[in-house]
Design a protein around this ligand. Sequence first.
Ligand code: NDP
Length: 506
Amino acid sequence: MTDGAPAGARIAVDNPATGEVVGHVPDTSADEVAGAVARARRAQRDWAELDARSRAEFFARGRRWLMAHRQEIVDSLVEENGKAQEDAIVEIVYCASAFAYWAKQAPRLLARTRMRTLSPFVLGRAMYTRRVPIGVVGVIGPWNNPLLNSFGDAIPALAAGNTVVLKPSEHTPLTALLMERMARECGWPKDVFQVVTGAGATGRALVDTADFVMFTGSTRTGRLVAARAGERLIPCSLELGGKDALLVLSDASLERAVNVTIQGALSNGGQMCTSVERVYVEEAVYDAYLDLLHERFRQVTSGRPAGLGSTDVGAVTFPPQLAVIEDHVQDALSKGARVLVGGHAAPGPGRFFEPTLLVDVDHTMKCMREETFGPTLPVMKVADAEEAVRLVNDSDYGLQATIVGSDTRRARRLAERIEAGCVTINDAQTNYMALGLPMGGWKDSGLGVRHGAEGIRKYTRLQSVSTNRFPMRRDPHMIPYEPSGYRLMLRLADVLYGAGLRGRTK
Ligand code: NDP
């Protein structure tokens, strides 16, 4: 374990769209993280004992606070992340809806469940399972959506009766601190929700001390988090990278296909684990689709966000990402790809990459196999859907995929052959807003899910309680063993499971 930062160290936060420093936050040391987790653990007992209605009331205040302070939150998101205002609004609407959804659904999803069994050993017992909050959930968030997939994950953890310590990315910590203010101003019990700002060492310290880790970020760091969680034998849930594919079928409405493609590839500047990062088009419609995509792609605007409608694609948030994007484009060009639109980093101030459309691509190129996380889109012609499915599955990642086509039964049959945790048909990314629908990756894209029943139950431990309400002095199977008791049991088992009366087969 690292000692983390020296006491009093600060981290500068820049605006990726201007290069200006817009704030400083503490670089929290490992000791300070341990202190925050200890306080969260003390606060957790009372928080867990609150009834669901009281927790729902705190959530309702939080939801109203979010909506009342939306412009301040939008400004913070745009300032530290460089995203378009429209992309920031999506984050706020998501969190407001998450407050409402988890407050309403948590009691049902976490309710006691009665169990029945016909086992001869426990006939007549009353049995149930109950869910118990795990304790302190450490949420570690990335820089692409500072509110949605870090604070957003804190909400179901809190709804399940845990307290939360959130470590935002060192590149975008300011909005998380606004959420700490929200908790204070809404009168939430002290230390139920805390934020520890800092770099990777602060995240490591949180993994070293929390009772559960919800991590969103790169596959590389996700493996480190899982390894440490394994050593400590604590559960973790990992939402990692993606190389999400979009498949255009020959019967697709091309207008819809192009709009879904552009939204899926370029919303949030293409900096989403769920971004469309590669497109496969059936040969029959390739030319027509590409003509329309080319025309629309040229109309996409990029630049510094300055209010609604000012830009479609904002800045590149994470400084090293610019080099990754450039490398993927150059690698493709060196192997025979062509750029139809864009292709270059834009001049400063700030970090920008032109929305870029690539064709004549194949799977020898990084842009088709590695996570680019930028406003670039490679498009590949395929003979048919069979070839497309094979190429979609030719990936280490398995987070999401999109299919566009008019025959939705055919699209669903193809969807079920895709190796990914989520597939959307005639939509891209909107599944994230369906909080009842689990969202999680296969293969190198992660472990576990957010959303849905599993998205809140993962924040609990399961306890089984079995009661013998009518205990006899002695059960037939008990020591000292009596042959008659076991003969009886075998006869019963034969009836239930063997070649006895009911189980006899000819
Ligand atoms: P990381 O996975 O390194 O960072 C994610 C979070 O984990 C950040 O808060 C980070 O802190 C923290 N962290 C870093 N090291 C550790 C550690 N050892 N233990 C615990 N927490 C740690 O992602 P990057 O920001 O470096 O981005 C790298 C790549 O990840 C991108 O190029 C992109 O491809 C992908 N990515 C995927 C995202 C997704 O949504 N799935 C989101 C963001 C990036 P800090 O930022 O302060 O270092």
